[in-house]
Design a protein. Structure first.
Length: 137
């Protein structure tokens, strides 16, 4: 009888331990499933952040390129303004020099025809084009 009770007690104790182990196993499995979900969520968030970072980086690079282009255009415009001012100053000095020379020589100023005026304009445009081509090459 004593042996049967001991056996019964041992069986009960083992069943209780088995039940406890099965319960712990279920909790561990639930934790594993929860951690896998969290891992997948973190991986998804990392991918989304990487995509967002890449998109932002592309936009910033495009903006930098636009600003550099705009700066180049502004620099060219400033160069052209300087060239124009320089040519106007030179033209004014040439006219003054010509006027003084003609006054000194007591010669009447020749009247420019429309063709000669247009020819002068074309020469100035050609000079500016050559200057800009040389500068950019």
């Amino acid at each position: 009888m004593q042996i049967e009770r001991d056996w019964q007690r041992m069986v009960d104790q083992l069943q209780h331990e088995n039940t406890s182990l099965i319960h712990s196993l279920h909790e561990a499995m639930e934790d594993i499933i929860k951690f896998k979900r969290e891992k997948n969520d973190l991986i998804r968030m990392m991918k989304e952040q990487k995509e967002m970072h890449d998109i932002t980086q592309r936009h910033l690079i495009e903006r930098i390129n636009q600003l550099e282009k705009s700066k180049e255009i502004s620099d060219r415009e400033l160069d052209l303004i300087f060239q124009k001012n320089y040519l106007m100053m030179e033209n004014k000095q040439l006219k003054e020099s010509e006027s003084r020379l003609l006054d000194y020589l007591d010669v009447q100023r020749p009247l420019l025809t429309q063709v000669s005026k247009w020819r002068s304009i074309v020469y100035v445009i050609m000079a500016v084009n050559r200057f800009t081509k040389i500068k950019h090459d």
